[in-house]
Ligand binder design. Sequence first.
Ligand SMILES: NC(=O)C1=CN([C@@H]2O[C@H](COP(=O)(O)OP(=O)(O)OC[C@H]3O[C@@H](n4cnc5c(N)ncnc54)[C@H](OP(=O)(O)O)[C@@H]3O)[C@@H](O)[C@H]2O)C=CC1
Ligand SMILES: O=C(O)C1=N[C@H](C(=O)O)C[C@H](O)C1
Length: 272
Amino acid sequence: MSETRIAIAGAGGRMGRTLVQAVTETEGLVLGAATERAGSSLLGADAGELAGVGPLGVAVAAELSEVFDDFDVLIDFTAPAVTIAHLELCRVAGRRMVIGTTGLDATQRAAIAGAGETIGIVFAPNMSVGVNLCFRLLDIAARVLGDEVDIEIIEAHHRHKVDAPSGTALRMGEVIAEALGRDLKEVAVYGREGHAGPRERRTIGFETIRAGDIVGEHSVWFVADGERIEIAHKASSRMNFARGAMRAAGWIAGRERGLFDMQDVLGLRAYR
Ligand SMILES: NC(=O)C1=CN([C@@H]2O[C@H](COP(=O)(O)OP(=O)(O)OC[C@H]3O[C@@H](n4cnc5c(N)ncnc54)[C@H](OP(=O)(O)O)[C@@H]3O)[C@@H](O)[C@H]2O)C=CC1
Ligand SMILES: O=C(O)C1=N[C@H](C(=O)O)C[C@H](O)C1
């Protein structure tokens, strides 16, 4: 069987470097291309050297259009505007995508859904198997505990993270709200300050911590009078996300079109 050629966008970033390393550790995948922003000091560097795995013979390019002949699946963990620009290029060129970027607005998410009618896309705010298992556990907890508990979602990330709450925390809120028949847009409360008033049972609270080098921590509290259930995930390495992205890339390589997430890749929908 032939290998799937992977392109990594943002190959010099925190996730980009980890993704390049993960490609070299994954059977059936090979690095075909790597990109960085135009003007970056990293252009022309060997992507393997940047990732600390030794030379791979793939020079970092400034434009995706320069390397279209060199890859089958683009893995994009960059920034919303960058991802959307890449999306349009991949849609026209017929290249599949794995998108891990968070912080996209409703219009940008709709663009991804639209492109899924033409190309295969896996789009997920967290590619770790553990977090995706947590999504299923949260669905069960919310259905069992229902309106008898107050629900709070607490997330912590490194000081460089630019979007808040994290994409994972928001997805956790969506999973819980859907299980409870609530609309997250109506019940979400983001941080509290001043005279916030007593808590309303149906609200779902979000608290955000940004500090140091925390890779990514999420904790959901279901609090009743006299007991508290916590469902928590703590990432101490970005390799968990990268390995999930590799599974997604191998999986989407075999699908012509459609928008999917990690629940599809991992077969977790069967547990709903
Ligand atoms: N789904 C998941 O499992 C996970 C998702 N994420 C998400 O991934 C995204 C990236 O996170 P992280 O790696 O920490 O961020 P970084 O800022 O470290 O990486 C982003 C990289 O993209 C580069 N870049 C900017 N513009 C372009 C362009 N036009 N073409 C190619 N590359 C470009 C940046 O370069 P420069 O710095 O020079 O601008 C940078 O190197 C975030 O949205 C984050 O939330 C993170 C971890 C897991
Ligand atoms: O920016 C990060 O680092 C991470 N972002 C993702 C998110 O916003 O949920 C996933 C992970 O927690 C790391």
